[in-house]
Write a protein that binds this ligand. Structure first.
Ligand code: NFS
Length: 672
């Protein structure tokens, strides 16, 4: 044993300014270091990623490997092979498909939990969950082939809402495992898109089956053709975007209310020294909704006051943050990379987590402070003994939420003297969706996407950029997010955002209408000012990327911008992605016809032929393609170039030139 023991070198620590563009984050990284508390930023200094793994060419799908195929220079055919003969293309495609399977499973299993709660609500088995938004229920029901009217004695009458809800719940749940047919929501895509998927044989049959089939195909000795693997990768990703994610969004809206624009704030500065601070982190709003509701009850407020606090301050991290922001205006505490730092403030009385994007190191950071980390989901526990597990169940949700809030209040009295909450926070407006964009940009009179389309056609708005996704500790926190977004709006591209990009934009103050005058090009600024919207529209969590798909579909439906999603002047982006969910999202967006650029690293770069297939061949197949650009300015310009290409194809490129003439050139002419 002795010879295996390596002498531990002193661990390096991160430079806070190099690690994040955000001042609150820098302050908390420095504080953690001063207190000897290790965070992900320091770990990133000491743990370098595996080069071959990050290029997608390490296969560990059997015990003859791992077979690691580094990218080297060669002449002629690629000589690299695994023990079984798997080529770099096969290995990279297998790994890529497994990322899609995991991402689709995460989004869709979240959707399944919501559907189960929805069923309990429809059956009236829960005292916590009800059918809240009946308007949305009636709008969604036809997509499940559920009738909203009934004929009685030759007269058409409205059907009972409870009956509709129950049938929607049962039909929705069946989408995960039905034995025949295809996912019902696919028909919500523009007809030519649906027809293309059908022709290509990529219509998902049911959600679970597409995930399982990827695991089968990527087992040793099964699918060894990267094109055929990607056919299944696409089918699985569509089961996410136009299936599990879309149903999660819709059913959440019906249960908890469809978001409409509201005001709030973002960054760690939303925590309050004299309040009980409960940070809710994870993804499913099933838990957080009830905590939000209970924390406003007189009973809980009195309890908090009895412990010496002035009240209860909730804050969100990751997509749970976006869920409770868009429906209740609960402020955003921070992005994915700030989760440990919320505890480092010394003011976090409880960190309540459910599923996805939760660092196991939260428990270690919590050991250095008074914070109680509480896990709540049966599929997501932590091994550390300082973590409490309170399993949350829809049948006794109110009691569970109460218990959690009381633990946080009790813990308020145990705070150490050294509390340090950064002052930084910014105001924001969030809560945009298909319905509210229609209202704001269509107006209550027209109530459709006509105005948005008209402004794209006349060139004031150059196009649509969907900028989404994670933070990644391998790139400077939030820098690429903000640079890409600012460059797009400066060039008159309206931005739709979700996930941690939405939080980053909120922290930087980009989600306010006033932003338009500071950062936007003249055309977009004019539209934002007239309509009173921010140039960056926060559309929710990552499952809510489905809102972006449906908004783009409405754009097609409103007319004048082509007959399919691939014709719209639009582009997608994830500048700081890190999760497998991002890959699933990227693939369904590409397969929906949208050009999509990722930053950071691209996970198949060790297999150039396969990468080429995703980057170039996909455009011929789907009209959308992947691209990769780590430099955020070039990244934004690749998107703008694509948008301009689509404008030209639609014959509306000249209109934009005229708008530009209106603004600058006309003044010049006047002066002459
Ligand atoms: Ni999206 Fe949400 Fe953030 Fe990335 Fe994680 S929170 S589902 S995966 S890190 S955007």
């Amino acid at each position: 044993m002795a010879e295996d023991v390596k002498v531990e070198k002193k661990a390096k620590v991160a430079d806070p300014v190099a690690a994040s563009i955000d001042v609150a984050t820098q302050e908390m990284i420095a504080r953690a270091q001063k207190l000897g508390v290790e965070t992900c930023f320091d770990r990133a200094e000491n743990l370098k990623p595996c080069n071959i793994g990050s290029q997608g060419t390490c296969c560990k799908n059997c015990a003859m490997g791992p077979c690691r195929l580094p990218l080297t220079k060669f002449e002629g055919d690629d000589p690299r092979k695994g023990i079984c003969g798997a080529t770099p293309n096969t290995i990279a495609a297998r790994n890529f498909c497994r990322m899609i399977a995991s991402g689709a499973a995460a989004h869709s299993d979240h959707g399944r939990s919501v559907a189960e709660v929805f069923l309990a609500a429809a059956r009236k088995e829960s005292d916590a969950y009800f059918i809240k938004d009946t308007k949305k229920l009636l709008a969604v029901a036809p997509h499940f082939d559920v009738a909203t009217t009934v004929e009685v004695d030759g007269e058409v009458k409205d059907r009972d809402i409870d009956e509709i809800a129950l049938e929607v719940a049962e039909t929705a749940l069946a989408e995960w495992g039905k034995d025949s047919g295809e996912l019902k929501y696919l028909k919500r895509a523009p007809q030519p898109r649906y027809d293309l998927w059908k022709k290509l044989g990529v219509l998902p049959r049911n959600i679970d089956r597409e995930v399982v089939e990827i695991m089968h195909r990527t087992h040793i000795g099964v699918d060894q053709d990267y094109k055929n693997l990607m056919k299944q990768g696409t089918r699985c990703s569509l089961a996410d975007g136009w299936g599990g994610s879309m149903m999660a969004t819709d059913l959440q809206d019906i249960l908890f209310g469809t978001p409409y624009p509201l005001q709030s704030e973002a960054n760690l500065g939303i925590m309050k020294a004299d309040h009980v601070n409960i940070i809710i982190h994870g993804h499913e709003p099933v838990l957080s909704e009830i905590i939000v509701q209970m924390s406003q009850s007189q009973e809980m407020l009195d309890y908090a006051r009895s412990k010496g606090a002035k009240g209860i301050q909730l804050g969100g991290i990751c997509c749970t943050a976006n869920e409770i922001l868009q429906r209740h205006g609960v402020p955003l505490a921070g992005t994915f990379l700030q989760q440990e730092l919320a505890i480092v403030t010394g003011a976090c009385d409880a960190m309540v987590v459910d599923i996805q994007c939760v660092f196991q190191n939260l428990a270690n950071v919590a050991k250095c402070f008074h914070t109680k980390v509480i896990t709540t989901h049966p599929i997501a526990k932590m091994e550390q003994d300082n973590v409490l597990h309170i399993e949350f169940d829809e049948h006794h949700a109110l009691e569970d939420a109460k218990k959690i809030i009381m633990i946080a209040c009790d813990n308020f009295t145990k705070r150490g003297p050294d509390v340090c909450i950064p002052k930084h926070k910014n105001p924001l407006i969030a809560g945009f969706g298909v319905e509210s964009i229609e209202y704001h940009l269509g107006g209550s009179f027209r109530g459709n996407y006509y105005t948005l389309n008209d402004n794209i056609i006349n060139g004031r708005i150059r196009g649509i950029g969907a900028v989404v996704g994670c933070n990644n500790v391998r790139t400077r926190h939030n820098e690429a997010h903000l640079t890409v977004v600012k460059e797009l709006i400066k060039n008159d591209v309206i931005v739709l955002t979700t996930g941690c990009n939405g939080i980053a934009c909120g922290m930087a103050g980009l989600l306010t209408p006033e932003t338009a005058q500071v950062y936007c090009g003249p055309g977009l600024a004019e539209v934002c000012e007239t309509v009173g919207i921010p140039p960056v529209l926060h559309m929710g969590s990552c499952v809510d990327n489905s809102r972006i798909l449906l908004a783009a579909t409405e754009v097609v439906r409103a007319g004048g911008l082509g007959k399919d999603l691939s014709e719209v002047p639009a582009a997608g982006s994830a500048p700081e992605w890190m999760s497998e969910k991002a890959i699933s999202i990227g693939q369904y967006v590409v397969a929906s016809g949208v050009y999509t650029v990722f930053g950071g690293v691209f996970p198949v770069s060790g297999a150039p032929v396969f990468q080429d297939y995703l980057f170039k061949e996909h455009e011929k197949i789907y009209g959308g393609m992947w691209d990769f650009e780590p430099d955020p300015i070039k990244h934004a310009w690749k998107m703008i170039a694509h948008i301009d290409k689509k404008r030209k194809a639609l014959g509306i490129d000249k209109a934009r030139e005229r708008v530009l003439m209106d603004m600058a050139a006309r003044q010049k002419l006047d002066a002459a």
